[in-house]
Design a binder for this molecule. Structure first.
Ligand SMILES: [Zn+2]
Ligand SMILES: [Zn+2]
Length: 111
């Protein structure tokens, strides 16, 4: 079984073909919309990263592991464990730990 505990292991994973493929599948499933913004009510933002509006707004989407990769390696490529969120919500989901360690996060799911 694969493990994703070290930065090196994660780097390899996020750089891999499988991740890049599934990431696109998840974004498409979620209509290129931030699922968290959606849950939080009526805020309807255009997060289609290919639309002109989104480009102008520079919205960045991240495919997020609901159950963390590090602790649930089996679910690494499980589409039910993945969701599309915007960078702002992604920061919130990961809470303070990530705010304190922005650099670590930037090298992670953002790819
Ligand atoms: Zn959001
Ligand atoms: Zn995440």
């Amino acid at each position: 079984m694969n493990e994703y505990k070290t930065l090196e292991q994660k780097r390899k994973f996020y750089d891999g073909k499988e991740w890049k493929r599934i990431r696109e599948v998840v974004k498409e499933r979620d209509n290129y919309e931030c699922q968290e913004c959606k849950r939080n009510g009526s805020v309807s933002i255009d997060t289609n990263e290919y639309s002109e509006r989104a480009k102008r707004k520079k919205i960045q989407l991240v495919v997020h592991h609901i159950k963390e990769l590090e602790h649930h390696p089996v679910l690494a490529l499980d589409i039910d464990n993945l969701e599309t969120v915007c960078v702002a919500c992604h920061n919130k989901e990961h809470g303070r730990a990530f705010e304190l360690n922005v650099n670590k996060w930037q090298g992670d799911e953002r790819w």
